[in-house]
Design a binder for this molecule. Structure first.
Ligand code: AHR
Length: 518
């Protein structure tokens, strides 16, 4: 019976072409449940929503008068889908947009708000229909905390300090009363507040020292009541450059809770021609995965710097922008960063989650770029239609890892996946004890051509089986469209131990998340 169940999964996967006929390589995996590691902060599963393209307008916000069913202007289908992901936190309003956003443009009667030009993203008109109150409505509806990114680049100390007062003050000050007049009696709860974004680039082309001086100046005037103080984030560097982490962790000690870091996965590694989101060759599957796996080295390098400057580990490392960045889809506005999302993106997301879990001690927040219709999105919309992307499903499968306690995993005998002179690990794994008490195991088979056979050991405990979901498809670029919205979605996955041994078959190019049964 046990074998039969396992075979049924294998057969149905074979039926969709996911398992070729040849034998899988054997990998030994041991989880040491007796040596719990740090808790994986739920904010590792955070999102990012910027005023960019149709990421907010159309994609999420349609306005209360729209024919598209909505609540307080936010589309019901998108809100419903996001709720399923248990989104812990959303970063808003940018990105580059944050450094040209003036918060007072986004309060008061919507019809009277100034129309601006979104100079970073397509030069389109920004109606300011979505402002502070609207965004907090969305967060309330999906049950997420809010991470507000303040404008350092083109704002002022006064403007930023007044926003913090407007958001957090319970006094009878003119600004707090203005918030009440605009419909929010109680102060908003701002979980995190960042001073600027990418100050080395679109946020002002600064040096780290100049930014550190400005941060110290701005931070001195952001005065929230003690009981409602947002945690502060300093905007850091990107990629392998650790200079920003070094300068900021030295000069902002005691003044910041975290330093941010950005890293995007680009198949070719070149901004000019990044590679297509669909219809790519296997060489670009490999290059994308190899580039995304660099996240581990980037985190290690930055953590070494932090360990030197902040051995007490008071400063977090927040990857508040990451994900795939491809050439935009043909016929779309180049400034809207719209790209299709495939099985490759689902695998990229899972590989990054497994890396983030290993860095849980410092990496307590990440924000994928971005939530809807922009870059590696969860959801794609067109007018009243919506589809869920493969990346959405990876997030859904990993929900049990939110606030779970990481567990060490050892992999041996794992054959690498090699192609054209590049080689990466064939299997990536991560385990944790979730809040429901169960041990969860997440696995990725990076090889698009061969399944992998995993012999699972839970040190010091018996495992009788595993159940959860698998995400895979016949094509590397399998994706959902409005015509075929369910072309790729997770399938149930289960296996039983035979003679005390639990073997899991990972189809080629797949993500599997299971709960182990005792
Ligand atoms: O996510 C898109 C853009 O990428 C953000 O606005 C910016 O911070 C980064 O360069």
């Amino acid at each position: 019976m046990n074998m039969i169940k396992h075979s049924i999964v294998a057969l149905s996967l074979a039926a969709i072409g996911a398992i070729p006929a040849f034998a899988a390589s054997q990998v030994n995996l041991t989880i040491d449940a007796a040596k719990p590691g740090p808790v994986i902060n739920k904010n590792v599963y955070g999102q990012f929503a910027e005023h960019l393209g149709t990421g907010i307008y159309e994609g999420m916000w349609v306005g209360p008068d729209s024919k598209i069913p909505n609540t307080k202007g936010w589309r019901n289908d998108v809100v419903g889908a996001l709720k399923q992901l248990h989104v812990p936190l959303v970063r808003w309003p940018g990105g580059c947009f944050a450094d040209e956003y003036h918060w007072k443009d986004g309060i008061g009667p919507r019809g009277k708000r100034p129309v601006k030009v979104n100079t970073n993203w397509g030069g389109v008109e920004e109606s300011n229909a979505v402002g502070t109150h609207e965004f907090f409505d969305l967060a309330d509806m999906i049950g997420a905390d809010v991470y507000v990114n303040g404008n350092l680049g083109s704002g002022s100390v006064q403007e930023m300090s007044e926003w913090v007062e407007y958001l957090t003050s319970d006094s009878k000050s003119t600004l707090a009363n203005l918030r009440r007049k605009n419909g929010h009696d109680k102060p908003f709860k701002v979980a995190y507040f960042a001073i600027g974004n990418e100050a080395w680039g679109c946020g002002g082309n600064m040096s780290p020292d100049h930014y550190a001086d400005l941060y110290r100046n701005y931070q001195s005037f952001l005065k929230a009541p003690q009981a409602n103080r947002p945690k502060m984030i300093a905007s850091g560097g990107n990629d392998f450059n650790t200079q920003w982490t070094d300068v900021l962790s030295t000069r902002l000690k005691g003044m910041t809770d975290a330093i941010s870091l950005h890293y995007y996965t680009i198949p070719t590694g070149k901004w000019a021609v990044k590679g297509a989101a669909t219809g790519f060759p296997e060489s670009e599957w490999m290059a994308t995965l190899a580039n995304t796996l660099k996240m581990d080295g980037i985190l290690k390098k930055n953590e070494e710097v932090l360990d030197k400057n902040d051995p007490e580990k008071k400063i977090g490392l927040f990857v508040d922008e990451w994900g795939t960045w491809y050439d935009v889809e043909k016929g779309t506005n180049a400034g809207f960063l719209f790209q299709q999302n495939t099985l490759r993106d689902a695998v990229v997301a899972a590989l990054n989650f497994n890396i983030f879990h290993n860095h849980a001690e410092r990496v307590k927040m990440t924000n994928i770029a971005q939530m809807v219709n922009v870059l590696q999105a969860m959801i794609v919309t067109d007018k009243d239609k919506m589809v869920l992307t493969p990346t959405y499903y990876t997030y859904q499968m990993y929900v049990p890892f939110q606030d779970a306690t990481s567990l060490p995993v050892a992999l041996s005998d794992a054959a690498p996946y090699a192609l054209g002179g590049t080689s990466i690990p064939g299997v990536s794994a991560s385990a944790a004890r979730a809040k429901d008490g169960k041990v969860y195991l997440a696995l990725v088979n990076t090889n698009p051509g061969e399944p992998a056979e995993i012999a699972v050991n839970l040190a010091g405990a018996k495992v009788s089986g595993a159940s959860g979901h698998v995400l895979t498809a016949a094509a590397m670029d399998a994706h959902n469209t409005f015509k075929a919205p369910q072309a790729i979605k997770p399938a149930p996955y289960s296996a039983k131990a035979v003679n005390g041994k639990l073997n899991l078959t990972l189809p080629a190019k797949s993500v599997v998340v299971v709960a182990l049964e005792g």
